[in-house]
Write a protein that binds this ligand. Structure first.
Ligand SMILES: [Fe+2]
Length: 429
């Protein structure tokens, strides 16, 4: 299927790169042909579109009336077991949730300060300037101060990942899924592996970090990969009502095109922890809070006005973008998160469209630590093994460009900083 063209090295692994243009176009054409042969996608799209337009209208009406759209819950309510089923259903419908107060505000402010010191003490900016040519995939940041720092192993990141309150939050989130699969449970909702991601420190006035609306965890794969086809089968059959984004079966079996912008772990939720207060206008996150948006995406690309070798622009190794050309009518539902405080966490389902505002118009840094929910399963264990080595020697996490700044950084977290839980999460015995 894929034709290897050149090797690229990521972390301690060598990954094959493919001839994207040739390979993807042929593969997309063949997949579309097959899907169009098997399903009445025009009829299915009418149903999906109706559902989406109704949801977008409801979101807009609430948002304009300044009512809460993105569900929010206090962490202590989760600990008490006081979260009611209607709230869980709302999260399932919206595909996102803000869990407030997962960490103590003062603790988090200290972490924010400590990360700043870690960056300064080790002169990150000089090191980054020397190595920036290596990181070609994120080269949009070349001429500006970095807003995303390729740091994975600072002490505060380790503390956030291995915190008991984080583990409790993730269990709550993982349990929103129906984990039963054809070969037994798809994943273990009670335990997770750490996925080492980076840090965002966004300066007031920054205009370099905008991300247009997109979905992660696969782009053309969502149509072409056999596991994704199984996950989305009811959508193609036109049963939008019956399609359940929280049915985990096959979700850990998907195979994504290897590239530095693609996450190798299965995440039940993407997420981050706020280190500073941030909200509308602060160059932070917007979400299209509809868990079933993927039905619109899949079916839109199969309509007659889209070329036979095109999936509304979806290509290997890129995020799946929502564009004004193809998806304009649903993008009105994209809304900013409300103001969150240090220690609050924001979470969204892997099928949820999100974006980052082009400009940070606020007065203070908008800083976050990226921490998603990546439960124990075979796919995540395989990655955790590779990641454990990177942690021990301070290299960049294997999914990211091999900048390896922290190899010689003073104050980097070590095995001695890990709790029992932290060791398990990092697959270190
Ligand atoms: Fe994203």
């Amino acid at each position: 299927m894929n034709i290897p063209k050149a090797d690229i090295v990521l972390g301690d692994e060598t990954v094959l790169r493919y001839d994207v243009e040739f390979d993807a176009k042929r593969f997309i054409r063949e997949t579309k042909f097959e899907l169009l042969r098997r399903f009445d996608v025009a009829k299915a799209f009418v149903k999906s579109r109706d559902m989406m337009l109704r949801e977008v209208e409801a979101i807009r009406a609430k948002h304009d009336a300044e009512l809460t759209v993105i569900p929010q819950v206090e962490y202590h309510e989760i600990v008490k077991g006081a979260v009611e089923e209607p709230f869980r259903d709302l999260v399932r419908r919206r595909g996102c949730v803000i869990v407030k107060g997962v960490f103590d505000r003062i603790q988090v402010s200290e972490w924010n300060h400590e990360i700043g010191e870690y960056i300064d003490r080790n002169d990150y900016l000089t090191a980054a300037n020397k190595k920036k040519d290596l990181d070609k995939y994120f080269s949009g940041l070349e001429d500006a101060n970095p807003q995303i720092f390729s740091l994975y192993w600072s002490r505060p990141q380790i503390m956030a990942r291995q915190a008991e309150s984080m583990a409790t939050t993730k269990r709550f989130l993982n349990r929103l899924y129906n984990i039963s699969g054809p070969m037994g449970p798809e994943f273990d909702p009670e335990n997770d592996f750490a996925y080492a991601d980076r840090i965002r420190r966004r300066q007031p006035g920054d205009t370099t970090l905008g991300l247009s609306p997109h979905m992660d965890s696969g782009s053309y794969e969502r149509w072409c990969d056999p596991a994704y086809q199984a996950i989305y089968r009811l959508i193609y059959e036109g049963d939008i009502q019956g399609f359940d984004p929280w049915k985990a079966a096959f979700r850990t079996q998907t195979r994504e095109y290897a590239s530095p912008s693609v996450c190798s772990m299965f995440r039940t939720f993407q997420g981050w922890t706020a280190l500073t207060p941030q909200g509308p206008g602060d160059g932070t996150l917007s979400l299209l809070p509809i868990a079933k948006s993927i039905s619109y995406f899949l079916l839109r690309a199969l309509q007659e006005d889209v070329a036979e070798d095109d999936l509304c622009g979806a290509l290997p190794g890129r995020a799946l973008g929502a564009s004004p050309e193809w998806h304009n009518e649903i993008l009105e539902g994209l809304i900013s998160i409300p103001i969150v405080e240090p220690g609050d966490t924001v979470w969204w389902h892997p099928d949820v469209i999100h974006s980052v505002a082009n400009e940070h118009q606020g007065d203070d840094y908008a800083n976050v630590i990226y921490v998603g929910a990546s439960p124990v399963c075979a796919k995540n264990e395989a990655y955790a093994r590779r990641q454990a080595y990177a942690f021990q020697v301070g290299r960049s996490a294997p999914d990211f460009a091999a900048e390896d700044y922290e190899v010689n950084f003073e104050g980097r977290a070590t095995v001695d900083d890990l709790t029992e839980l932290g060791r398990r999460q990092l697959h270190i015995s």
